[in-house]
Design a protein around this ligand. Structure first.
Ligand code: AMP
Length: 281
């Protein structure tokens, strides 16, 4: 596995790969890799000839007071996992090179960025879209794999690709979960043992909500109340949102119908966790 930190070296390498006619797939990450990331990489390997992974904890997508400084990092362990997964190239850019002091250009995907997580993390998706576009410009992938774990991010990136006519196919990947259903996340490392035990209720509540919907319950207010009750029973009181919305525009639904997303975000001390289920009714 080739490791590149320098932007001009990456550009040279991409020219060589393209000259060989190889199809590139790309998996952008913030590191502290777990099996969720590794499954995205497996998928990337299946659909292309050359897999590029990036590790960059993007300061632009953290607001002041969020966990940018404490975000878990273990670059040595990540490198071992990526070598084992037979990734072809790892790009670990340096922050000050990616966003120098005089950096002035941002990408904003309107409306979609201000729903759900965007209601409390105001500039988060602007930061995420900006870094992803920048990485797309450097890596020039044919495919990019994104997890449905960050469903809102996935549809924002899809929209950016469409709106800006980027020649990249976005491949969504299902959420990879722990045995008890908790969605894998680098931020799960913030949880205490006690929190870890009870937090599987997020997925249980989502699954129960899904089964109500499949049994013809079409009133979103009732279902959201039910999910809230399940969380409050375990003293998970700090709920950013519980949403039942349309998967494409993230508008809250009055009647449950079509391509829907049941999504939630909660805080447990310093850990902010998100999860969702998508379904068609
Ligand atoms: P992150 O390192 O958290 O920025 O995530 C990098 C990519 O991995 C994003 O596309 C995430 O949606 C995806 N990802 C993270 N956790 C999971 C998971 N449990 N299942 C599927 N994809 C995931």
């Amino acid at each position: 596995m080739k490791i590149i930190q320098n932007i001009s070296n990456l550009k040279k390498e991409i020219v060589k790969i393209k000259a060989k006619g190889l199809k590139i797939s790309f998996v952008p990450t913030m590191g502290y890799l777990h099996d969720g990331h590794l499954k995205l990489i497996e998928k990337a390997k299946k659909i292309s000839d050359f897999v590029i992974v990036s590790i960059f904890v993007n300061p632009l997508q953290f607001a002041p007071g969020e966990d940018y400084l404490n975000y878990p990092r273990d670059i040595k362990e990540d490198q071992k996992k990526l070598k084992k997964s037979k990734v072809n190239l790892l790009f670990i850019p340096k922050g000050e090179k990616i966003f120098p002091e005089n950096f002035k250009t941002y990408v904003e995907v309107k409306d979609l960025s201000s729903k759900l997580c965007g209601k409390v993390r105001f500039s988060h998706f602007k930061g995420a879209a900006t870094i992803v576009l920048k990485l797309f410009n450097l890596v020039k992938p044919d495919f990019a794999v994104f997890g449905k774990k960050d469903f809102q991010q996935l549809i924002i990136i899809k929209r950016m690709v469409k709106d800006l006519n980027l020649n990249i196919k976005i491949i969504p990947h299902p959420i990879i979960r722990e045995k008890d259903g908790l969605a894998m996340s680098s931020r799960n490392s913030y949880l205490t043992q006690e929190e870890r035990k009870k937090i599987s209720v997020l997925y249980q509540a989502l699954k129960e909500a899904k089964s109500f919907i499949l049994n013809k319950e079409d009133n979103p207010v009732k279902i959201k109340k039910f999910i809230k009750k399940r969380l409050l029973e375990l003293q998970i009181n700090n709920i950013d949102y519980i949403s039942i919305c349309n998967q494409e525009n993230l508008e809250e639904l009055k009647v449950i119908k079509g391509k829907i997303l049941i999504a939630l975000a909660v805080k447990l001390r310093n850990a902010r966790l998100i999860d969702n289920i998508d379904l068609l009714v």
